[in-house]
Design a protein. Structure first.
Ligand code: T5A
Length: 216
């Protein structure tokens, strides 16, 4: 059985990460590999509680570094109670957003000091880097329109969906910069592809980087 692997999915709003996470888990399960889907912020009861307070916008007035601290507090609990135990059991973990979201949303777009962000990341993840990060690249106008279509009637935009288009364009570039800086970990995918085609492209990356030809 292939060794447990940690895959993260990243990208702007409505890029299709949750949809892709389900498709990848099905592909792994078809090979007999147990795969657990989780998300950030959230993924554990304590982290889900923190998610609610951040996405409601309650922390926004405290500034981007305070938000980074909250995302990190949620991540520490998520890693300790969910991700590491799953990997220790031998399960693969597919996580919808992880450390790159903090780097990009709070670090780059929130303009928090890079050295401070790097120190915070180091203590938060305590060595748990993803084996593979798939970055779903999409024009934010398309992604935000998808996110808007998915909202229930009368449901308000969340903390980050409410930001300007320029903010979201900046996020897109920041993700591409992460991918360029860490090509050994990151693969950029065209998120305008139809869900099946996107899942196929993602699977090619997963199988090429994390599985041997005998395991596929
Ligand atoms: N955040 C998070 C930070 O600022 N810092 C951090 O450290 C972390 C961890 C999380 C917010 O928090 C921020 C980033 C976010 O703003 P969220 O609600 O979890 O908020 O938001 P997202 O992660 O952006 O999740 P979304 O659910 O909005 O988007 P997904 O998961 O990328 O998209 P998905 O799969 O739900 O699809 C959206 C819609 O598009 C359709 C789907 O059917 C759905 O209707 N769709 C497609 N349509 C066409 N083609 C495809 N390939 C499609 N894939 C999906």
């Amino acid at each position: 059985m292939p060794q447990a692997r940690f895959i993260t999915l990243e990208g702007g709003e409505g890029a299709g990460k949750s949809t892709l996470a389900r498709a990848l888990a099905q592909r792994l399960q078809a090979l007999g590999i147990a795969a657990e889907i989780t998300r950030e912020p959230g993924g554990s009861p304590k982290a889900e509680a923190i998610r609610d307070s951040i996405l409601s916008g309650q922390i926004k007035s405290h500034g981007a570094f305070a938000e980074a601290l909250m995302f990190s507090a949620a991540r520490i609990d998520h890693i300790d109670t969910r991700i590491r135990p799953a990997l220790a059991r031998g399960d693969w973990v597919i996580c919808d957003r992880f450390l790159d979201s903090t780097r990009v949303y709070q670090g780059v777009s929130g303009a928090v000091d890079p050295a401070l962000m790097a120190e915070l990341e180091t203590v938060t993840i305590d060595g748990l880097m993803p084996d593979l990060t798939l970055i779903l690249d999409i024009d934010p106008e398309i992604g935000l329109a998808r996110a808007a279509r998915r909202r229930a009637p009368g449901e308000a935009k969340d903390r980050f969906e409410s930001e300007t288009l320029d903010f979201h364009r900046g996020l897109r570039q920041a993700y591409l910069d992460v991918a360029a800086a860490e090509p050994q970990r990151c693969v950029v995918l065209d998120a305008t592809l139809e869900p099946d085609a996107l899942a196929e492209a993602a699977w090619r990356a997963v199988s090429a980087r994390l599985l041997t030809p005998q395991e596929v």
